[in-house]
Design a protein around this ligand. Structure first.
Ligand code: NAP
Length: 436
């Protein structure tokens, strides 16, 4: 019997569990740990609430989660509740699928001003992540600035722009819906330090901006390279750039019909943040040109007014004491997923924060192949039973998958009309729903 611990119950965690079941069937026991009492990580607290079709992938993880082979061990945090060393002693393989929950730091002068936040916090806030539920972002000013030209920047800009009716059918949490209803934001400037050919936004997500009820995307045609230059782009990026061209062609009178402007500002590298009474008032931006794909400073600067800044410049993995970490890449130091004997990583914790949810599937299958090469059939550790004894001795309040299903039932029962659920946004409320 192979005893496997997976730390993290997001896409990387559950695809890895799925791969382990496929490979070993009943010859393995797989415990999937999560520090929250609720599973699915990024699917629950990262994927935008108005992208329910993407969130539906959790149904696939449920199939893996139900049964005796795979077990959800919620409300148990590696560090305070159990150490990595203890897990390594108990399980034949410990696989870190902890994702990249921390914002990459915006290292410019003044970035510690009030109302300067990272996307992890803002996305966590509207998705009801307990750590960020109390964020209360400043939506009472007129200007928001979003830094970055990736899909997270698009999620953030879209959420800031939607009407209440457009959130119908989403599971955006009530505190965010209420705050957005009162929002006074009229301009969302999206700053990209490079040009239209270097955006990381994918066409489906970018195209959504065309259909917003009260917001309209603005692109300056002068920022776009000659159309023939698009021929060298890979097809997905070419489609995205074509959409930018469509945005640039929107006639002024149509913009005027919508009160919120989504301004794409290319060749714009943030340099400093100005503040008034400690709160952000503007971003100082340097004009760039792009040479051989790299942003090059021109020395010209200008100011973009800002009452709120959300930096969407990527994520990093949270280090764990005793686990080798690659500081530069912001993820665990690993070779094909191997970190130390018996310790592995997978997903964003292994390769950094890029790719779609589905990219984690082959990653999960690969790491299980690597584990198989290393432990073969010779695995003999205590595993699950040993953990249960330790959990009992420490009085850990472990949340099982059945427990989670009860929490989910309560969330479904509390849903507003048309919404799939109303999430609990703090751990105590989740536990209280279980009465344990
Ligand atoms: P991303 O795609 O890597 O985009 C990060 C953006 O931040 C880039 O435009 C980058 O510009 C910019 N940036 C980085 N450092 C910067 C700095 N110091 N100053 C200014 N700009 C800076 O990351 P992401 O948007 O966080 O997305 C992470 C992953 O999740 C991606 O694979 C994304 O596709 C995926 N995702 C998918 C969806 C979806 O499918 N619906 C939704 C959300 C996220 P440079 O290119 O110049 O470095």
């Amino acid at each position: 019997m192979r005893q496997i611990a997976i730390v993290g119950s997001g896409p990387a965690g559950y695809y890895t569990a799925e791969a382990a079941v496929k490979k070993w069937g009943d010859e393995a026991r797989i415990d999937v740990f999560d520090k929250l009492p609720v599973p699915f990580g990024l699917i629950r607290t990262g994927v935008a609430p108005d992208h329910q079709s993407i969130k539906a992938v959790s149904r696939r993880y449920e199939k893996t989660a139900i049964g005796d082979t795979v077990r959800f061990v919620g409300n148990v945090e590696v560090g305070p509740d159990i150490s990595i060393e203890e897990l390594r002693e108990l399980y034949d393989a410990v696989i870190l699928a902890t994702g990249a929950p921390k914002d990459r730091e915006l290292r410019i002068d003044g970035a510690d001003a009030k109302n300067v936040i990272g996307s992890a916090a803002f996305v966590g806030w509207y998705n009801g992540h307990p750590e960020f539920a109390a964020l209360d972002p400043a939506l009472d000013g007129r200007h928001a600035v979003v830094i970055g030209m990736g899909n997270v920047a698009l999620d953030v800009a879209r959420i800031l722009s939607k009407t209440q009716a457009e959130f119908e059918g989403s599971d955006i949490v009530a505190h965010a819906l209420d705050a957005l209803r009162a929002s006074r934001i009229e301009t969302v400037t999206i700053l990209g330090r490079r040009g239209p050919h270097q955006i990381m936004m994918t066409p489906k997500e970018l195209g959504e901006l065309m259909h917003l009820e009260r917001a309209s995307p603005h692109v300056d045609a002068a920022d776009l390279p000659p159309v023939d230059d698009d021929a060298i782009l890979e097809p997905g990026l070419r489609k995205s750039v074509t959409l930018l061209r469509d945005f640039a062609a929107i006639p002024e009178h149509l913009h005027g019909e919508k009160p919120v402007a989504l301004e794409f500002d290319f060749f714009a590298s943030p340099k400093a943040i100005e503040s008034t009474d400690g709160a952000i008032s503007a971003v100082v931006v340097e004009r760039t040109t792009v040479e051989a794909g790299r942003a090059v400073s021109t020395g010209e600067t200008y100011r973009v007014p800002a009452d709120l800044l959300i930096s969407c410049i990527g994520y990093q993995t949270s280090p764990i004491e005793g686990v080798p970490f690659d500081e530069r890449a912001g993820r665990f130091a690993n070779d094909e997923g191997r970190i130390l004997p018996g310790l592995y990583c997978v997903g964003w914790a292994k390769r950094g924060p890029s790719g779609t949810i589905g990219t984690n599937r082959p990653d999960g299958y690969n790491v299980i192949d690597v584990v198989e090469q290393d432990i073969g059939a010779g695995a003999r550790k205590e595993g699950r039973e040993g953990f249960d004894a330790l959990a009992q001795s420490r009085d850990l309040n472990v949340v099982t998958f059945r427990d989670w299903q009860k929490i989910e039932e309560a969330e479904i029962a509390a849903a507003r009309d048309g919404a799939p659920r109303e999430k609990f946004v703090d751990v105590e409320a989740m536990i209280a729903a279980l009465g344990k």
